[in-house]
Design a protein around this ligand. Structure first.
Ligand code: ZN
Length: 145
């Protein structure tokens, strides 16, 4: 394992850019954060203490969890592919109080036939012929009045 500069312990030296001197200089580590990453350093040249900027490029942002409303549907999960795959399956009438599981075929009053591609305890992603939708399921319906 290569030595991780960003994890230099307190009181040890690390070469990093000094904001004041504007040069890569030897600094002593003043503080580490909870994760063991250098947080503050003191320049051994000018004596100024400043925040340490980790060498590592910030981890590229995790692909944000876009909602299914904007996400491109996997080719594997297009309506056509699913319709072909599940053509033998009998659609189950969709009801908010019912629970469904992955690969269930449902029949929705408004949207028509849909394929459950990802079901969790109270919601599920369903691919309909026009686009995928998030539907609630397995919910108690409170009858009013
Ligand atoms: Zn300095």
């Amino acid at each position: 394992m290569t030595k991780d500069k960003d994890r230099t312990p307190v009181a040890e030296n690390v070469i990093t850019k000094c904001m004041k001197c504007n040069m890569e200089l030897n600094h002593v580590v003043v503080a580490n954060n909870a994760a063991g990453i250098v947080e503050r350093v003191k320049c051994l040249t000018c004596g100024s203490e400043h925040k340490y900027r980790p060498e590592k490029k910030k981890a590229t942002r995790k692909t944000s969890k876009k909602s299914i409303f904007t996400r491109e549907v996997d080719l594997e999960k297009t309506f056509e592919t699913l319709a072909q795959k599940f053509k033998e399956k009998k659609p189950l009438p969709y009801k908010i109080s019912e629970s469904f599981k992955n690969d269930d075929v449902i029949d929705h009053k408004t949207f028509g036939m849909g394929f459950v591609i990802s079901a969790s305890c109270d919601k599920m992603e369903v691919v309909f012929s026009d686009r995928p939708r998030l539907l609630a399921c397995n919910r108690e319906i409170t009858t009013l009045g």
